[in-house]
Design a protein around this ligand. Structure first.
Ligand SMILES: [Fe+2]
Ligand SMILES: [Fe+2]
Length: 470
């Protein structure tokens, strides 16, 4: 086998470098062919990573890359490269590319030029073609893909993932352009929302799972998308018609728009806020309103965003901020968004040293405020949406297995028996391929096959829950 044993960190570092650069090279091959000076720098970077790892074997399996049996954890920056290279592997029927230390960059170039050519060979032809030249490429070896990869590639999870990431990018662009005082790209926001709503109505499970993707470096963007997915899921349970869902979606996606006027140093401060900083933070709902009102071409939709921004910290009983001289009932959007906002904020690590609450702990704290800070009827809907054991909750089962909740049970009387993605076997060994089960499954004797022993804190078992939704 190629390569030394890499630590997880090394595998991530070198593995991603190779994925990113191969993707860059593939694009160069497609756009410019073999004769272009752009090849040099990327080839050098591949060489560096291959040298550091003493040879590398980049395997594709079920929509992810593996190096030294370590799964490369995807984030937003690497997402495009991963998907692009996976597609290239897939269309050439390749399961792994193994590169030895002494490989000749010219051979890698020849291989990628073949992949990038305008008439790509069929998978069968491709393998034959390349294995035909194995003599020449002996320091770069290809192995055949397992049939499974191609099928799983297209599955629903990947569609949701792409939509989630596209929404994330849209939020970033909108907030950045608002920051430099450009107009609010409302058309783009509407387009993204259309896709999100379509996906959510067709297949709500995957998107809810993705709200476990939390990243403190880009807290505000992830938080915005998560609050939006949660709000839309609540809206769906409430049976809101599609146009209302789209409005609720936009309002929730930009509820924290006013934060673009709060300095980043304040937003990302690790310690406690002082009074002046609190003052600034407390102003973000009003900043959001001002931002939208000042924009050119503010229409009806913009007024929805205004409401979401203005009301999301106000609380049902008006105990929050901003204070109104004459309190009036919060709008439905405001009430939904404030619940989802609170839940996501509690379960996320806003700064790197802050420990987030587990989903069920957050839910318990919020239930304590039902009828006060939160509308009690909507709070019930919220619990039904995320489940008594919310999506992302890590469970130890009486079988000894560990799993993560990925969907609430459809049957309200079985609310305590969600769908679980199994992570380990009965002996606590991590499964190479997660298996989905329902806790309502029964044995031949009619008893439940598995029961929940207790909720685990991800820290206890050093697991990153988000990984199982990617
Ligand atoms: Fe906020
Ligand atoms: Fe928020």
């Amino acid at each position: 086998m190629t390569g030394r044993d890499l630590s997880d960190r090394e595998a991530q570092q070198f593995g991603w470098e190779v994925v990113r650069q191969l993707f860059v090279l593939l694009r160069i091959a497609r756009l410019h062919g073999a004769n272009n000076e752009a090849w040099g720098p990327a080839l050098t970077k591949v060489q560096w990573a291959v040298n550091e790892s003493e040879g590398i074997n980049l395997r594709a399996l079920d929509g992810a890359f593996y190096v030294s049996d370590v799964r490369l954890k995807v984030d937003r920056e690497n997402y495009a490269a991963q998907e692009g290279l996976l597609k290239a592997y897939q269309s050439h029927g390749v399961g792994a590319v193994e590169i030895d230390v002494a490989f000749d960059p010219a051979h890698l170039k020849a291989l990628l030029t073949a992949w990038g050519s305008s008439k790509p060979p069929t998978p069968e032809q491709g393998l034959e073609l390349l294995s035909g030249s194995l003599g020449e490429y002996q320091l770069i070896r290809l192995s055949k893909a397992m049939q499974r990869t191609a099928a799983v590639e297209k599955d629903a999870r990947n569609v949701s993932k792409a939509i989630y990431i596209r929404t994330l990018n849209a939020v970033e662009d909108v907030m950045e352009s608002v920051k430099i005082n450009q107009a609010f790209p409302l058309k783009r926001a509407k387009r993204v929302m259309q896709r999100l709503v379509d996906n959510l109505l067709g297949d709500p499970v995957n998107l809810l799972g993705l709200t476990n993707l939390r990243c403190y470096d880009e807290y505000t963007y992830h938080h915005s998308v998560n609050v939006c997915v949660l709000s839309l899921s609540v809206g769906r349970r409430l049976g809101l018609p599609r146009p209302m869902l789209a409005n609720l979606g936009i309002a929730s996606l930009f509820h924290d728009l006013g934060k673009s006027r709060v300095p980043v140093e304040v937003l990302n401060k690790a310690g406690e806020f002082d009074e002046a900083e609190w003052d600034m933070i407390r102003r973000h709902p009003v900043y959001g309103v001002k931002t939208i009102v000042q924009l050119k071409g503010a229409d009806e939709l913009a007024s929805r965003v205004v409401t979401g921004s203005f009301e999301h910290h106000m609380n049902f009983d008006h105990s929050g901020y901003p204070k109104l001289p004459r309190p009036r009932t919060l709008s439905l959007y405001g009430r939904v968004i404030s619940m989802c906002d609170c839940y996501d904020a509690m379960t996320s690590a806003r700064v790197y040293n802050r420990t987030p609450a587990t989903p069920e702990r957050a839910l318990k704290l919020m239930l304590g405020k039902s009828g006060k800070a939160f509308d009690s009827v909507l709070m019930k809907v919220f619990v039904n949406t995320v489940g008594i054991f919310p999506v992302g909750t890590l469970l130890l089962l009486d079988s000894g297995e560990i799993g993560v909740v990925f969907q609430a049970s459809e049957d309200p009387t079985q609310g305590d028996r969600p769908y679980v993605r199994m992570i380990t076997d009965v002996k606590g060994r991590e499964l190479s391929q997660p298996v989905d089960i329902s806790l309502t499954e029964t044995t031949a004797g009619g008893r439940f096959a598995r029961n929940i022993t207790r909720i685990l804190d991800p820290k206890e078992v050093s697991l990153d829950v988000a990984e199982f939704f990617l």
